[in-house]
Design a protein. Structure first.
Length: 361
């Protein structure tokens, strides 16, 4: 039974050069899109009390408060539900953030990326570093005490020292959560078609990731997943739904969901979605082997790793026995925990090379 829900808002004023996400500069469709979204929710949401609700994008903060309220009000929310919206710093006016708080949002994920104004321009971001500061200040004035900032590392011309400078500024803001993303140049993005110059190589990105871990650990943040760091008690409960391999709703164009053992995805163009908001484009029932593999892949993303008792209870699989040869082969990177196994920091950095071997058993 799903206890989490993701809402995709696909609108952007302009597309950042690194972005390959599904988003559209068709702001005139916002109202129509929201009503299509409401139709999809009416058709597919079964009334469960949700523990988490997450609005991502695109740029959810382009949606007027009254339209956001219509969506939020469609769901039953547990008393302590985590309700998150992604917010761009150029949408961080105090009145708007107060409006978000008034309609039930209690967590903000702010798309800051860096405090380096030159890098913000280079990546095509529409905000500057002062707007990040103002947005965080406004969020606190509005009563938010669960605030996350994004940091991208590996940008063109970026250095390890530059990452340190960024993190020092992040920490000065007294926030609770930081998400870090290594730059990946993918097809469908501007940089995927126009190769940028002076991109840090893999070794430099690895140095950046190690420095991020060091600085944030010393500042009282724990890395609880490959890319995410939080003060105690402020881990993203919504994203943990994914990494714990639990079911969730996904509503909106290109959204993915996992309900009743079925992985599904919605139409990827806004026109197709608005013409067919109640139908998924694709859906497939996972086999038991696929469920096991997802349990392993997603579990190893977490710093606490996988729980072998849960795997035994769910799948009847003795994890240590089945995968003993892999565990021995990578004993320098996989550590035994009280509940099972986890990657150490070096293992996390090599996880893309190690994890596929679990598919071959």
């Amino acid at each position: 039974m799903p206890k989490a829900c993701y809402i995709h808002i696909p609108f952007c004023v302009s597309k950042c050069k690194y972005c390959s996400f599904v988003s559209f500069n068709k702001l005139e469709l916002i109202t129509g899109y929201v009503y299509s979204l409401l139709k999809e929710i009416n058709e597919n949401y079964k009334g469960e009390m949700l523990d988490t609700l997450y609005f991502g994008g695109g740029t959810p903060s382009l949606i007027p408060i009254e339209l956001l309220k219509k969506i939020v009000n469609k769901f039953g929310l547990a008393q302590n539900a985590e309700v998150t919206i992604e917010l761009n710093p150029d949408d961080g006016a105090l009145d708007y953030i107060k409006g978000l708080r008034d309609i039930g949002f209690n967590r903000l994920s702010i798309g800051s990326q860096t405090f380096d104004d030159e890098l913000l321009k280079l990546t095509g971001r529409r905000h500057n570093s002062n707007q990040i500061l103002e947005t965080v200040q406004n969020a606190k004035k509005a009563g938010f005490d669960n605030i996350s900032l994004d940091l991208i590392y590996g940008l063109p011309t970026q250095t390890v020292d530059g990452i340190k400078t960024d993190l020092c500024k992040f920490l000065e803001l007294d926030i609770q959560h930081i998400s870090t993303y290594g730059l990946k140049i993918e097809g469908g993005s501007y940089w995927g078609e126009h190769n940028p110059k002076n991109v840090p190589n893999d070794d430099v990105q690895a140095d950046m990731y190690e420095r991020i871990n060091e600085i944030l650990k010393n500042a009282g943040f724990a890395r609880y997943e490959v890319s995410n760091f939080a003060k105690q008690g402020f881990e993203s409960r919504h994203n943990l739904t994914y990494w714990n391999n639990e079911e969730y709703y996904g509503f909106g164009v290109s959204a993915h969901g996992y309900v009743d053992g079925v992985r599904y995805s919605n139409y990827c163009t806004i026109e197709d979605y608005m013409n067919n908001p109640t139908k998924h484009e694709y859906g497939r029932i996972l086999s038991e082997q696929e469920k096991l593999e997802e349990e392993i892949f997603l579990g190893f993303r977490k710093s606490e790793g996988i729980n072998t008792k849960k795997i035994l209870d769910k799948f009847g699989v003795d994890f240590e026995g089945k995968y003993n040869s892999i565990l021995e082969k990578y004993s320098d990177y996989i550590i035994k925990t009280q509940e099972g196994f986890a990657f150490n920091l070096k293992g996390t950095m090599l996880s893309n090379e190690i994890l596929p071997e679990f598919l071959e058993c």
